[in-house]
Design a protein around this ligand. Sequence first.
Ligand code: IPE
Ligand code: IPE
Ligand code: MG
Length: 246
Amino acid sequence: MKSEVPEKPDASGHLPLHVAVIMDGNGRWAKKRMLNRVKGHEKGADAVRMIVRTSREIGIRHLTLFAFSTENWQRPKTEIKALMELLKRFLRSEKQEMIDNNIRLNIIGEMEKLPADVADNLRQTMAETDGNDAMQLNLALSYGGRSEIAMACAAIARKVKNGEADITAITPDFFATHLYTADIPDPDLLIRTSGEYRISNFLLWQIAYSELFITPTLWPDFSREEYFGILAEYKNRERRFGRVDD
Ligand code: IPE
Ligand code: IPE
Ligand code: MG
């Protein structure tokens, strides 16, 4: 544990409402230490605890963490099993903290594809934190942006077919209400660790105007200090949304 913690970033204005994170690099962190990849995921869980706590503390309203992608099902069965066990352990250890700190848990992704015991655990925690409103923790599990968009298209097509919606009603705003993130504002800030310059099928629709930060730090090494540094830099970004500055 580091004993010195920097000042909180100045929370006046310019704090992102929604921070999304592609938590990448657990395997490489382990490999560098000649450890099993699973050890990297275990250490990564500590960084998850850190970013949840820190975000809540400074007043982030939405934190979305990419924990398992639709493509990650192609990993070895042993790694998938370890990740699911780790998720259950995380829920066990963090549920009370979420309740005490007024954090609401929400899942985006194909929950029906998760092992039944994991899904039950998630549902239970979601129910117990449902009334919480200080921060929403959105865990992306078996999440893929393309599947999400295809799912929204199917839902809209069904409505049109049943006469519940007219084709002319299909605007971007209408479309967005059919995504997992219907009640969530778009991310203001997207962080990717481990230095890869790609999106890997995360929130494809929602990040149209997000500010992107890519850091070479491997996820298990991502610290509170680095997070504050990124939030400080975010403040200096000029978001134009296609307009010209005054
Ligand atoms: C991210 O770390 C965690 C998940 C995708 C579940 P990785 O497991 O992708 O780590 P690297 O990219 O192999 O280092
Ligand atoms: C993205 O990381 C998915 C998660 C962080 C859960 P990956 O490691 O799966 O992405 P790629 O393979 O480097 O694109
Ligand atoms: Mg990776």
